[in-house]
Write a protein that binds this ligand. Sequence first.
Ligand SMILES: [Zn+2]
Length: 89
Amino acid sequence: MTNIGDYAPCPFCNATNAEKVKFTWWGGLLGPKLLKHVKCLSCGKGYNGKTGKDNTTNIVIYSIVVAVVVLGFVLVLFTALGVLMYVTK
Ligand SMILES: [Zn+2]
């Protein structure tokens, strides 16, 4: 349920009719939830509904963290695969 006035006013146009974002290309389902990402219905821009500030910096940090986690996971996977291949040689 989304009530008008639940979120901080838009930092771009000062409107208060923001809507919760459920899914984004940068954060999937979890990202916008973690960053309290909302979308302004007046200008269509996204921002942090809790702080009322532009969320771009948080999105960049989130993307880097996700990239590092994914990269770390792939690295561990390949290391395990390499060890497995070495052991079963
Ligand atoms: Zn706006």
